[in-house]
Design a protein around this ligand. Sequence first.
Ligand code: ADP
Ligand code: MG
Length: 384
Amino acid sequence: MEGSSPNHGVSEAEPTQSAGRRAAHVLVVDDKQVVRDFLREVMQIAGHRVTSAENGQVALESCRRDPPQVVLTDLHMSPMGGQELIAALREEMPQIVCVVLTGYGTVERTVELMRLGAFDVLTKPCRADEITATIEKALEHHKALSTNTDLRKRLQVQEKLAMIGKLAAGVAHELNNPLDATLRCVRLTQDRVKEDPEALEYLDLAHAGLLRMADIVQSLLTFSRNAAVEQAPQPLAALVEESLASVRLALGDEAPELCSDLRADVSEAAVPRGMHQVLTNLLRNACDAAGGGTPITVRAMRNNNELLIEVEDLGPGIDEEVLPRVFEPFFTTKEPGKGTGLGLPISARLVEKFGGRIRVECPTAGGTIVTIALPAARYLAEAV
Ligand SMILES: Nc1ncnc2c1ncn2[C@@H]1O[C@H](COP(=O)(O)OP(=O)(O)O)[C@@H](O)[C@H]1O
Ligand SMILES: [Mg+2]
């Protein structure tokens, strides 16, 4: 229970914030002279000192001699491309912030580059003001990196959130309609081939795959800044039951025992409907950790001026090195196809919207407890 046992670790989602501006040294890396000249001019107009290199190798040597704050790099160059350059810099000089300017801007590629350590990815053709704005943000990020490690974490998360917002707006909206139509077609065909078990099995697989895609698109949409969050109030007890039911339904026979233990004085608290998504995310994580063997419990209670909702599992807990990263977008320890790394950051974002806090703790006795603390004054009718 909250605060009652010693923890070997706690991770709390940080609210996001931004830092000041600063002009500085930018290294431009591109194999085309005309692009280098263009970028040099844009950066000089913005008041920055500019050096340039024609490939990753030359750039790396230049960074060792005269380290810039920001590297603005192309991807395809020989003998060393932008991706290798980013990886090498991350190892050797992690305080240098890398921005990619590429002709090939797919979502997958962008996510991959971010995983490698790119701060932002711009797609050619790109307007000068867009480049300047991105370099300014990169410089703010650099400043934070060198002055404050705590802020560094926040900025990393904030920039990733901004990037995902951008991707979501561009891609998830486009995917939503065709996905919906395809799902409908699969359902209609399922009805027609009832007498052909093999065809039905293939369609079931296709259906499951499409549902997973829809799930990911939905996660990305929730991340985009404009995504609507369901604020309509719903009694806590009903919302918890609904969340437990939807996880049981999704996991079928593999679902572990899912129980709830809500104190009478909070069970009718009027919480936002969007908490359903938060609880489902936490329950799915708990189920993944428990692996079906041990029960999962949702508790709710009041603690002074807070309404606490806890999801506890008796799984293996979270390693000390992993714990500080669990709220990072795209951070997952699950195998490809199993995790998106969006469950906890989305939950943190929603809880923040509802005026609350979320934290993950691993008691020394084992297992994991995720606690959501909401302001009682807002959600409990009798609270003052
Ligand atoms: N209840 C839990 N027990 C153990 N590890 C957890 C638990 N909840 C979250 N985690 C860790 O946090 C990571 C991020 O979780 P999340 O953001 O939901 O992404 P995903 O579930 O897609 O991996 C997980 O990959 C896992 O390592
Ligand atoms: Mg998850």
